[in-house]
Structures are given as C-alpha cells and as structure tokens.
Design a protein around this ligand. Sequence first.
Ligand SMILES: *[C@@H]1O[C@H](CO)[C@@H](O)[C@H](O)[C@H]1NC(C)=O
Ligand SMILES: *[C@@H]1O[C@H](CO)[C@@H](O)[C@H](O)[C@H]1NC(C)=O
Ligand SMILES: *[C@@H]1O[C@H](CO)[C@@H](O)[C@H](O)[C@H]1NC(C)=O
Length: 215
Amino acid sequence: MSKEPWLLRLTWCLTGLSLFVSLAPCGLGMEITAQTTISALNGSSVRLPCTFNSCYKVENKLFSLNWTYQECENCSEELFLQFRMKIVHWRLDRFGNRVEFTGNPSKNDVSFTLHQVQLEDEGTYNCYVMNPPDRHRGHARIFLKVITEVPPERDSTVAVIVGASVGGFLAVVILVLVIVKCVRRKKQQKLNTDDQKTEEEGKTDGEGNPEEGTK
Ligand SMILES: *[C@@H]1O[C@H](CO)[C@@H](O)[C@H](O)[C@H]1NC(C)=O
Ligand SMILES: *[C@@H]1O[C@H](CO)[C@@H](O)[C@H](O)[C@H]1NC(C)=O
Ligand SMILES: *[C@@H]1O[C@H](CO)[C@@H](O)[C@H](O)[C@H]1NC(C)=O
C-alpha cells in the first residue's frame, strides 16, 4: 500500500527535474555565439557567422538584428545591416554592395557574407540580436583580419617532414638494436654450443689428447 505513493512521488520528482533542466536555459536569456577573430584573404569573400539561442521562436514582427562596423576600438559603430520585419541594408560607402545577408533568422542564424574583402574592411563587427519575449539582447563581436597572402603551409609540412624523419630514424635505430641483439644472441648461442662442443670434444679428446683439453 505504501509503495505506490512513493513511486508516484518519485515520478513527479523526476518529471519536475527534467522540466527544470529543459527550461533552465531559458532563464538565462539570449546566448550568442560567434568566432572572435576571422582572417580573410584580400579580394576573397568571407562569411561572418553569428548564431543565437533563444527559448522562443523567431517572429519577424518582434525580432531585431543589428550588424555594426567599428574601424577602431574607440570609433563609433556604423550600422550596415538590420532586420526590421525584413532584412534592411544600410548602404555604407565603405562596403558598397559587398554585404550579403547569408543567414536564416528562423534557424537562429544571422550571419552575413562580405564580398571582395579589402584591407580597409579590417576592424570589429558587432552582431546584436533581440528576440522578444526574450528580454536580453545578445551581442557578439568578431574581429576581421585582412591578410594579403595565404599563410605558408610550410610550417606544417616541415613539422610532418621532421616528425617523419625523426620517427623513421627512431624506427631504424630500434631495428638496428633489435638486429644487433639478435645477432649477438645467436653468436652467444653459437659460442655456447661451440663451447659445449669443444667441451664435449675435449672430453672425448681428453682421453686421447690432453693438449686439446687445456685449451
Ligand atoms: C588586394 O587585392 C587587390 C585586387 O585583388 C589588388 O589590386 C591589391 O593590390 C591587393 N592588395 C594587396 C596589399 O595585396
Ligand atoms: C579610448 O578612449 C579612452 C578614453 O575615452 C582612452 O583612455 C583610450 O586610450 C582610448 N583607446 C584607444 C585605443 O584609443
Ligand atoms: C537596433 O538598432 C535600433 C536603432 O537603430 C534599435 O532600436 C534596436 O533596438 C536595435 N536592436 C538590437 C538588437 O540591438
């Protein structure tokens, strides 16, 4: 009789716990993830990723996104991409029409792609997201570094070569050691058997030939 209420209580407890665990992240509000530094080759296209977590489905009427650019740490932020009911481009002279929205707000992705990257595009890109009824505003910062040539892959190749040669050298050393040991052992065995033989020979010879026995 007392077993059933106990089981029931345990079930309620577990249900509550799982509910709490599944709902807990919502209490923390928006969470936004983006890489902090991205390198792009001069003249190439680069996608600046920004994704967010939210407990609520994105509703176009409420959802708000701002992408801003900051040339330096203390420079003012320049708004160039926004979501207000739909994507709105703010044509900045510096970017012309090189900004393309490549995210999908309903999939919590508000990334954009910058085409024909120029050296002057280097700087900080801020991604702000608000998804009511979530009250918190998400903010991610990406630093875009523009490089003029592909960093040489030599380092890794050299590492591979060094690693391979060190590994090969070690393998050869081990092989040589093993062979030397084997040969020695064989020699030893041969010596032993020779000794035995000579001993035996000496024994057999010892009877008739005492000179051999002293050897
Ligand atoms: C960057 O790329 C453009 C066109 O691809 C080229 O004209 C320019 O010289 C490049 N700048 C540097 C510093 O490599
Ligand atoms: C930014 O401005 C603050 C004061 O407003 C100043 O102390 C700081 O040195 C500035 N930083 C840069 C990188 O200019
Ligand atoms: C975006 O900027 C507008 C003002 O231009 C502001 O009203 C809105 O709250 C901002 N949204 C976010 C997510 O920062």
